[in-house]
Design a protein around this ligand. Sequence first.
Ligand SMILES: NC(=O)c1ccc[n+]([C@@H]2O[C@H](COP(=O)([O-])OP(=O)(O)OC[C@H]3O[C@@H](n4cnc5c(N)ncnc54)[C@H](OP(=O)(O)O)[C@@H]3O)[C@@H](O)[C@H]2O)c1
Length: 322
Amino acid sequence: MSTPSIKLNDGNKMPQVGFGLWKVDNATCADQVYEAIKVGYRLFDGACDYGNEVESGQGIARAIKEGIVKREDLFITSKLWNSFHDAEQVEPITRKQLADWGIDYFDLYLIHFPVAIKYVAPEVRYPPGWYVDDAGTKIEYSKASLESTWKAIEQLKKKGLAKSVGISNYTGALLLDLFTYAEITPAVLQIEHHPYFTQENLVKLAKERGIAITAYSSFGPSSFIECDMKVAADTQQLLSHSLITGIAEKHGKTAAQVLLRWSTQRGLAVIPKSNHPKRLAQNLDVVNFDLGDDEIQKISDLNINLKFNVPTNYGIPCYIFA
Ligand SMILES: NC(=O)c1ccc[n+]([C@@H]2O[C@H](COP(=O)([O-])OP(=O)(O)OC[C@H]3O[C@@H](n4cnc5c(N)ncnc54)[C@H](OP(=O)(O)O)[C@@H]3O)[C@@H](O)[C@H]2O)c1
């Protein structure tokens, strides 16, 4: 099954549906990536912080070796972790991540979060996580500004280490600030986006500036239940919400497919994660039916500005979304 692509502002093309690699177990990751390629996935959304870049690369290498795909058929995304924002750390860590994947360029490389924390050498702890100490008690900030980090990211594109570059978890204010200093406009903004958190104005701002949006955590609370997050457990699940299941039944689709179609029909890319092969196939099949305008509006009306992916919701005292 093939999916349509979104044309990015730098001329590159990004598949509209991909496979998200957060919380994909190391033990099964290589097989899952390999199977996902067989099912038809071409975009893989990874990150240093997910701790599975080596295994993801193994899955890709196997598929390439068996002639199922070529490197240029794939779209591989990774992200700069917070501990590597100091300008002089950006290229070395990108090169390490490329080596972990076993590739020589990323299709897209994003600043993961708009916060610079103190450098931890990969030999000391990798991925480093949020804390400076092994015990996980202390967050220390770096003095790197987002401007200096973005300028280092621009160099990655100029050197061909990343074909496209972008940001994640930026707010409107941070984007407007970025426009004052960026020589290269980000190609992609990756944000939490689901019916409880529709971020209409941020989507509008990005669209106005020609920045494509990738939605993460499209199923809302489901992903965060896996992380034992209380607010996610206390919230009505979108996958079993009567509005969503009712629309799904009408179209002969699953609730997951309706949630993903709601995003793709609004022009966003999606990167659902699943550890189950059947769901993987289902999640890719989310562009071949159409929701009615009234259905899209009703789903959008579920918005309650509820963001789950906030450090403090995991007990991490880092107030970037304060
Ligand atoms: N930039 C960032 O800061 C950021 C943050 C979060 C996520 N992301 C990216 O976005 C990707 C997706 O987000 P996410 O992992 O948070 O969550 P998600 O894709 O919204 O949801 C994943 C959850 O939904 C379940 N699920 C998947 N497909 C399903 C289906 N068809 N039917 C029923 N349940 C289904 C999964 O369970 P099973 O695995 O058991 O199927 C899992 O519990 C991540 O993997 C990551 O690549 C980026």
